[in-house]
Design a protein around this ligand. Sequence first.
Ligand SMILES: [Zn+2]
Length: 176
Amino acid sequence: MDLRRALDLNPQDPLAAEQLASHLGVFLVGPHDIPGMDAVTLWQLLFTDPSSWSALTISVGDQPVIIRNTEHAKTRQQSDLMHELAHLLCKHEPSMVLQISEFPYPLRDYDEEQEAEASWLGGCLQLPRPALLWAARRQLSEAAMVLHFGASVDLIRYRRQVTGVTRQLATFRSRR
Ligand SMILES: [Zn+2]
């Protein structure tokens, strides 16, 4: 992915979702930035389970705007924002556009395949394979990686697993 190069970042440099969003011309807001809207109202309007919403993308005219759930942990916000940015990068066409009566903007709904693709790409953006190898070679602890990459422990473990980095290092160590 040439995005890091465009941002003048090495693979092991942290990529904040805010930085990527600004590069892509996407606005990030919290529920409080929407007139007449706070997190609780948004929950009530959009979902029955308040913890279920993470981030959602709306279009204001042609301008994509991501509303983030500012109640969630910073690391979770990062991965949720990356997920939404990944939908935009993949130019996913919503399978359905929902209009909820009291919410002023249409909501996008993606199909399962698009969700999987966005989750995959979001993880790659935040923790590319070379970054995982870099951290492993320096024997960075999970806590150090959380701090460096702004990524959650869950995402770190997941990415190590799916990229085969865990396996690769185990083989490497057994050879020494
Ligand atoms: Zn999604």
